[in-house]
Design a protein around this ligand. Structure first.
Ligand code: PEP
Ligand code: MN
Length: 339
């Protein structure tokens, strides 16, 4: 039998005596395995753990338990890292207990428009600017985005209003452009399982916003995130954006249960996009506030100062003039649930 990538986590008593710990280390090392501290109570064991008999250490005083980790995903799991991952983007922190608001138009349609919207986004209290450049559209006849031109305008607007920017990559051939122009690279729902793209993004250190595919399970989302971490990039933010169900009055069904479950099993930050989920500007604010109540680390909201002029996703564009009050309410909810 070969090692199929299984790991073990040993939980020890936080008051374990040093001689007890040395005994534990001795047994592990004698079996050709490696022990690595996760925190003072948890240790990761790597190597050919499949042939290791955990009874040999469970009998030691100070050892509380042994968990075997399945190879499907573990780097993203709290089994391996208990503390929340905090993503630092300049002065903005995601996952540190604060709330992030990534707001902006569905697509960047002109320089003038993105500068105008960025100003409103900043004044409303949002801290990250979004805008699509290469748009993954359902029909090839729909607007496909302005490409590199859009990335340039987005960066210009972000710099002018001191907002980090996020935009979706659809093809790894554009990676150098994204490394140059954006602060967070978004992987859209349609590309969540584009594993070659995920591996390439894992080869960078750029923060990656990974959206859940409309038909992906929570574990499939975690396995996709695992690809990025395994390739060396720990800076991943997960995004719930609705899943496909039988319901026709919603664009997708916003699965808020996933937020509470994800927060429990992964240390990665979790944000929610109510815009693409509910797909209707009338219901965006309610779902946004509900997401905060569920413990989301932030929101992605499509906003426009004149939604009818929005070239893509106009019907779900939230009015920019209402964003400030939504953000204020959201922060109040966060305060209550943090208590
Ligand atoms: C987007 O955020 O612009 C987008 C296309 O979202 P999703 O990938 O969730 O459909
Ligand atoms: Mn959109």
């Amino acid at each position: 039998m070969k090692n199929i990538g299984e790991y073990m986590i040993i939980t020890v008593n936080k008051n374990i005596k040093s001689e007890e710990f040395l005994d534990l280390e001795h047994i592990i090392n004698n079996k050709g395995l490696f022990l690595k501290e996760i925190d003072s109570e948890h240790f990761l064991v790597t190597g050919d753990t499949y042939k290791f008999d955990e009874q040999s250490i469970l009998v030691l005083p100070g050892v509380l338990g042994v968990t075997r980790i399945k190879p499907t995903y573990h780097l993203v799991s709290r089994d391996v890292k208990m503390q929340d991952t905090i993503i630092n983007i300049g002065n903005v922190k995601i996952g540190d207990g604060s709330l992030s608001f990534m707001c902006g138009p569905c697509s960047v349609n002109s320089e003038e428009e993105i500068l105008r919207i960025a100003k409103g986004v900043k004044e409303s209290g949002a801290n990250i600017l979004r805008g699509g450049a290469y748009k993954p559209r359902t029909s090839p006849y729909f607007f496909q985005g302005l490409g590199e031109e859009a990335l340039k305008y987005l960066k210009e607007a972000g710099e002018k209003y001191n907002l980090p920017v996020v935009s979706e990559i659809v093809d790894s051939k554009d990676l150098d452009l994204y490394l140059k122009y954006v602060d967070i690279i978004q992987v859209g729902a349609r590309n969540m399982q584009n594993y070659e793209l995920l591996k390439k993004l894992g080869g960078t250190k750029k923060p990656i916003l990974l959206k859940r595919g409309p038909s992906a399970t929570i574990e499939e989302l975690l396995m996709s995130a695992e690809y990025i971490l395994k390739a060396g990039n720990p800076n991943v933010i997960l995004c719930e954006r609705g899943i496909r169900t039988f319901e026709k009055l919603e664009r997708y069904t916003l699965d808020l249960s996933s937020v509470v479950i994800l927060k429990k099993i992964t240390h990665l930050p979790v944000i929610v996009d109510p815009s693409h989920a509910v797909g209707n500007y009338n219901f965006v604010s309610q779902m946004a506030l509900a997401a905060i109540a569920c413990g989301a680390d932030g929101l992605m909201i499509e906003v426009h100062d004149h939604p009818v002029e929005s070239v893509s996703d106009a019907f779900q564009s939230y009015k920019l003039s209402k964003l400030k009050s939504l953000i204020e309410k959201g922060k109040e909810i966060k305060e209550i649930i943090n208590k």
